[in-house]
Design a protein around this ligand. Structure first.
Ligand code: PEP
Length: 253
């Protein structure tokens, strides 16, 4: 089963609009004509209009790092799906470990956000992954199964078109921003667990088609080993996505 890889940049809370525009200006020529993989940038909400305008006419998609599950209302500080769509965003991260760790996002919230994204045909990149203590206690498999089951509650009632939009990012939390990377084999093992759980919930065909990205200290020098694993369908990249040359090297692994 060949799945088109998605290489995604999570810029976290970095860059001003000027810096973001300069990135895109330098980056687009470097990836011109690159169609083997899909490419997406996930900047902070205030950068979205500038980044979307700068990427117009290119193959590079732009999405939010987070959306709220309610359509609109008195939710100070949040971004709605309608606001994302209105500025031309097409993707969103959901349940990034930093959202789970610092902003109290639970599997239940992740599930609500996933339903909202799919209702509006926005590509959701659902982030899951175990913390170090869970891995050391031999609980990785249980954690991943619980996160997938929680995130996907009620999804099997949706249309095949909606379900086909879903992307999962497996990001072991101990590897995010730490310089520690899961070995390609560890990542592939985790992806197999996740895909088996998706098959249980949504069927083998859906599971075989679903892209599962790896994230956690992906750099130009480890991208090829990770991304050449059959089970790894792309990467979610933080630190190494902030510079056009290092992100390009990962895109072109
Ligand atoms: C991330 O932000 O999702 C991430 C994986 O970060 P880093 O590549 O810096 O570990």
């Amino acid at each position: 089963m060949s799945r088109k890889a998605l290489i995604a940049a999570n810029w976290k809370m970095y860059k001003t609009p000027t810096e973001a525009e300069a990135f895109v200006k330098a980056f687009l020529p470097l990836v011109a004509g690159h169609t083997r993989d899909e490419i997406a940038l996930f900047p902070s909400p205030v950068l979205l209009p500038a980044v979307i305008a700068a990427c117009k006419g290119s193959q590079v998609a732009v999405g939010a790092q987070n959306i709220y599950f309610a359509e609109e209302g008195a939710y100070t500080g949040e971004t709605s799906i309608g606001q994302l769509i209105a500025v031309g965003g097409t993707h969103t991260l959901i349940g990034h470990s930093e959202r789970r760790q610092y902003f109290g996002e639970t599997d239940e919230i992740v599930n609500k956000k996933l339903h909202t994204a799919l209702k509006h045909k926005i590509v959701p990149v659902v982030c899951i992954g175990e913390v170090l203590a869970e891995r050391e206690a031999g609980k990785t498999e249980d954690v991943l199964k619980t996160q997938v089951t929680g995130a996907f509650a009620g999804i099997n009632g949706l249309s095949p078109e909606a379900i086909s939009l879903i992307v999962i990012a497996y990001e072991p939390v101990w590897a995010i921003g730490t310089g520690k990377t899961a070995t390609p084999e560890m990542a592939a093992d985790a992806h197999r667990i996740v895909r088996a759980e998706v098959a249980k919930l949504l069927g083998a065909d859906v599971a075989n088609k679903m892209r599962i990205l790896y994230g956690g200290s992906v750099k130009p020098d480890n991208a090829t080993a990770l991304l050449s694993q059959e089970e790894i369908d792309g990467a979610l990249v933080g630190g190494a996505s902030l510079k056009p040359d290092s992100f390009t090297a990962i895109v072109k692994y």
